[in-house]
Structure formats: structure tokens, C-alpha cells
Design a protein around this ligand. Structure first.
Ligand SMILES: Cc1cc2nc3c(=O)[nH]c(=O)nc-3n(C[C@H](O)[C@H](O)[C@H](O)COP(=O)(O)O)c2cc1C
Length: 199
């Protein structure tokens, strides 16, 4: 398990090779196994592959065009949409993208009470754990993954296209890596700068 933690890295180039059904199921099972507040299991996984990728990519493209016009959920900042286009290319190469819906999630633009915020924050922690479980299970199976925060540039378009109950929380693309091995691993801050020990 610790080996998978250090092996995993974000993959942005994928082979044109499907993920075997058994491996995909194993990855989804690992996601389901994550801890969650009061065991709410606040997730529904939508697995997009094959022909349905076309609709997903079109929705993402539509969202990015809107962002380029200065519209949409995220105000465009220089370089951000270009970066999101890079993510879109990776999503188009990946044979599978798993969207995580939070069935009890509230729309991003909703007004929140303090209790709802706590509920949502706790659920999001669990959803993050589910995604990391999936990424680590994938790494263990020799499958690469990319966490796609840039989907929020196309939040409205993807929600409409997914047409699913609940709130769009997260997307993880999966596939066999075609990433040049020469690409360096992303550095981490020194542990000493991140940790305070109190005895
Ligand atoms: C919540 C979240 C959102 C992310 N969104 C994107 C994204 O949209 N596009 C992308 O290329 N990488 C994305 N990443 C990957 C990060 O850039 C990457 O994890 C970080 O640079 C560290 O590199 P590593 O994963 O290879 O260790 C995201 C990661 C997280 C955790």
C-alpha cells in the first residue's frame, strides 16, 4: 500500500487501451471502501467510457468556451483555461472517467446554513478519501489516474449532461500511462515545514 502511495503520480497521457472490467470493478470497490461520516457513503459513481465519452468531452468543451468568454462558475484567470484545455486533452485520451456525485450534495451556488456546511465539508472529505482510494488501487494495478479539478470550468454543462441525482463532486480519469518517463515527479515541501509536533 505504501508503495502505491509513492508510485502514484498524476498521469496526463494515456495509451489507447481499455481497462479490463475486473480491474475497473476493483478500483470502484476501493472507492466504496473509504470511510464516511456516519457511514453515509455520500457517493454515486458514474463511469464514462466508450461512446459516452463524446458527450462528456462536448460538455467540457462548451464549459471551457464559456469560461473563455468570461462566463461560468469560475472567473477566468490568465493561464487557467489553457491549463483546463490540457486536462480536457487528457480526459479525451483516458479510456475511463469516473464522476463522483454526492447524492445529498447541495448546489455550489446555494445558500448554506452552518449545519449544512459541516455536513457538506464532512461529505467532501469522504469523497476525497474515496477518490484517493481509487487512485491508489489503480496505481497498485498498474493503471494511471488524473484527478480533474478543471471539470468545474464546465460545472453547469457537465451537471446537465450527467443528468444525475445529487451534486457533481469530483472526476477521476483512468487509463494505462503513456506519460514520458522522463517527466519529473512533482516535488513535495520538506516535512519539517509542514509539521508541528506538540508534546
Ligand atoms: C483536487 C485536485 C484537483 C486536480 N485537478 C487537476 C486538473 O484539473 N488537471 C490536472 O492536470 N491535474 C489536476 N490535479 C493533479 C495535481 O496537479 C497533482 O496532484 C499535483 O501537481 C501533484 O502531482 P502528482 O499527483 O503527480 O504527485 C488535481 C489534483 C487534485 C488533488
Amino acid at each position: 500500500m505504501i508503495e502505491a502511495i509513492y508510485q502514484r503520480r498524476s498521469i496526463r497521457w494515456f495509451q489507447d487501451r481499455p481497462i479490463p472490467e475486473a480491474a475497473l470493478r476493483e478500483i470502484l470497490r476501493a472507492g466504496r471502501q473509504a470511510p464516511s461520516p456516519k457511514n453515509r457513503q455520500p457517493w454515486h459513481f458514474i463511469v464514462v467510457f466508450g461512446a459516452s465519452k463524446t458527450g462528456m468531452l462536448a460538455a467540457m468543451e462548451e464549459g471551457l468556451c464559456r469560461a473563455e468568454r468570461g462566463e461560468g462558475l469560475l472567473a477566468p484567470r490568465p493561464g487557467y483555461v489553457e491549463n483546463a484545455r490540457f486536462t480536457l486533452r487528457a480526459m479525451s485520451e483516458a479510456p475511463v472517467t469516473v464522476f463522483v456525485m454526492n447524492p445529498e450534495g447541495r448546489p455550489l451556488r446555494a445558500d448554506w446554513s452552518a449545519a449544512e456546511k459541516v455536513h457538506e465539508l464532512s461529505d467532501m472529505q469522504a469523497i476525497g478519501a474515496a477518490a484517493e482510494n481509487m487512485a491508489l488501487a489503480a496505481a497498485d494495478l498498474g493503471i494511471g489516474s488524473l484527478w480533474n479539478g478543471n471539470i468545474f470550468f464546465a460545472y453547469d454543462e457537465l451537471r446537465r449532461w450527467l443528468c444525475a441525482e445529487g451534486e457533481l463532486a469530483l472526476a477521476l480519469s483512468l487509463g494505462y500511462s503513456a506519460q514520458p518517463p522522463s517527466l519529473r515527479q512533482m516535488p513535495r515541501k520538506p516535512l519539517e515545514s509542514l509539521v508541528t509536533y506538540r508534546s
